[in-house]
Design a protein. Structure first.
Length: 568
């Protein structure tokens, strides 16, 4: 029965990993890895999305026009009369931002402390760009007024003169835009950037210079194409798309394909939370103050172009008065502790899936270890060691059961050979033998099953944490988020898996014996394209498991032996 138990575990685990990985690719809009469909043509940026020359860029007229929720005026889509435009670059200690005077929109964010590729550490490397308006990418943050013919994101505004670089010793920098009057209403938009922060305070001042009261609404939206990030792996996929957070339904991810089909499922009205655009390692979000009612929307607005945002009502503005709506725009890396400080629930854009309850404590512990050790690679190994210590007695029970099975395995093999023509009697004799020797053939299953969710959660922690991006370990490993360039770690991983398999008793059934070797090898091949940090964690787990198994077998008087495969 020991061979059956191990075979069942390997088959279920191996095939589950393969099938789940393949369907995860499909679920995230990528071609299947193992069972691909014919390759689709490459997605193109929306026609007219941008031109190459600064100051002349323009969105399609429909790019801003998601239908508003029922009872709410529609976000405008018309193009304003031609007027002079310009783009202005503003620099802080963390970001280089480009604003467009058309609507005072944020059209580019470049992160000065994050390289664009896997060659971090050289000053000449290009920096990572999130929001962008180019032939390859459309990803913008826009705001404006609805509820009448008021200034919106298509209105060309005037940039108020001021500093464009955060000076040494200064803690903040202000960028201010003023619109021309439309129907007596002027919109003043002020961005307040802080040193050491990726969140930007955005204030909308609605000035009524007319003769009648007005009741405009403010919309905040993120407009993005539906393409996957250019640097996303072809072998594992992470979520890219809009998301929302509300107190009632918590974190809600929405696929671009669901928006296209009209099947987007999210809470449309709330008085707290945010709307975001999420991708691997980075995110953007519009956040309104707690308690302020808002309507949420997500719509396809043009070919391969989507908008997600919020609409909130300003107070009625009397003639000669001014109303103010405060908001926050976040655009930056998914650094968990920073996200927690910016807004409630914003840390959930770093998506651990259904294992968040386990993943968050694991990340906390990993971060504490890094604070002490100072190297993410060694911190990963230390975390796996602590997990193995925590599960030591539970896993020891499993290995003790395996050792007992190994001790009686020669008698089982002889019995199977002697009674091979009488399967019913053979089964009865085996069960009698197990009762006499007090051996539970399935005794090792529960300890393994309990540990699997923990190690899957750790997998997601390592895959999702931007701290792994461009983080070196030793020697040739300069980036724990990229595959091993020399494939040394995957080879070690494969060898350790083979060693672990060789230490187990040989199943008496030849087919089961083959499966016991084939499944670990197939599983190991996948690690040749996995990030080095994930492979390192699995190697550490393998080596510690081998050491524990060896120690327990020796203690129980079952000398370790290597059982090599026989495929004849």
């Amino acid at each position: 029965m020991n061979d059956i138990r191990r075979t069942i575990l390997w088959v279920i685990f191996g095939f589950s990993m393969v099938l789940l990985w393949d369907q995860w690719q499909v679920f995230n809009g990528r071609p299947a890895t193992f069972f691909p469909n014919p390759a689709a043509s490459a997605a193109k940026a929306p026609a007219g999305a941008a031109s190459a020359s600064p100051g002349a860029q323009s969105l399609p007229s429909s790019s801003a026009a998601p239908a508003a929720p029922a009872g709410v005026a529609a976000v405008p889509s018309g193009t304003e009369a031609a007027a002079a435009r310009e783009q202005v670059t503003v620099t802080t200690d963390l970001m280089r931002l480009v604003f467009d005077t058309e609507g005072g929109s944020l059209v580019r964010t470049e992160f000065l402390r994050h390289a664009a590729d896997h060659t971090a550490g050289r000053p000449q490397d290009p920096r990572f760009v999130l929001l962008d308006q180019s032939a390859q990418r459309v990803y913008l943050a826009q705001t404006g007024l609805i509820g009448g013919d008021f200034p919106n994101h298509k209105t060309v505004m005037t940039l108020v003169p001021g500093e464009r670089t955060l000076a040494d010793g200064s803690q903040s920098l202000t960028v201010r835009f003023e619109s021309p009057e439309k129907n007596g209403v002027k919109l003043v938009k002020t961005y307040q950037l802080q040193r050491g922060a990726y969140d930007i305070a955005v204030k909308h001042e609605i000035v009524n210079n007319g003769t009648q009261p007005v009741s405009p609404q403010v919309y905040l939206q993120l407009v993005r194409d539906g393409n996957k990030p250019a640097d996303e792996s072809s072998f594992y996929s992470t979520f890219t798309g809009p998301a929302a957070y509300t107190e009632e339904k918590k974190f809600q991810k929405v696929e671009f394909t669901d928006i296209e089909k009209g099947k987007a499922d999210f809470q449309a009205k709330s008085s707290a939370g945010y709307v975001a655009m999420v991708q691997h390692y980075f995110a953007s979000a519009w956040i309104l103050p707690q308690g302020q009612p808002r309507d949420l929307f997500m719509r396809k607005v043009d070919t391969n172009l989507f908008a997600a945002g919020m609409i909130t009502a300003a107070q009625a503005v009397a003639p000669g008065a001014t109303a103010t709506v405060q908001s926050t725009l976040f655009a930056g890396p998914q650094e968990e502790k920073m996200l927690e400080r910016v807004a409630t629930g914003l840390d959930l854009v770093k998506d651990y899936g259904w294992l968040t309850i386990l993943a968050k404590p694991l990340y906390w512990l990993l971060d504490k270890l890094h604070g002490f050790i100072g190297n993410w690679g060694w911190s990963i190994m230390a975390l796996v060691l602590l997990i193995k210590i925590a599960f030591y007695w539970l896993q020891a029970k499993g290995y003790e059961s395996m050792a007992k099975m190994k001790a009686v395995n020669p008698r089982v093999m002889a019995m199977r050979e002697r009674l091979k023509d009488n399967p019913q009697q053979m089964q009865q004799e085996m069960m009698r033998l197990y009762r006499e020797e007090k051996v539970n053939p399935l005794g090792g299953c529960l300890p393994i099953a309990v540990q699997i969710p923990v190690f899957i959660a750790l997998y997601w922690v390592l895959l999702s944490s931007i701290e792994m991006r461009h983080a070196p370990w030793v020697g040739w490993i300069h980036d724990l988020s990229a595959k091993d360039p020399l494939y040394i770690l995957p080879v070690v991983m494969t060898l350790s898996t083979m060693l672990q398999t060789a230490l187990n008793p040989v199943p008496p059934d030849p087919m089961q014996a083959k499966m016991m070797w084939i499944m670990p090898l197939v599983f190991s091949v996948m690690f040749f394209v996995f990030p080095a940090g994930l492979v390192l964690y699995w190697i550490t787990n393998n080596l510690l498991s081998i050491a524990q198994q060896w120690m327990i077998n020796t203690r129980m008087g079952v000398p370790p032996e290597f059982n090599l495969p026989k495929f004849k």
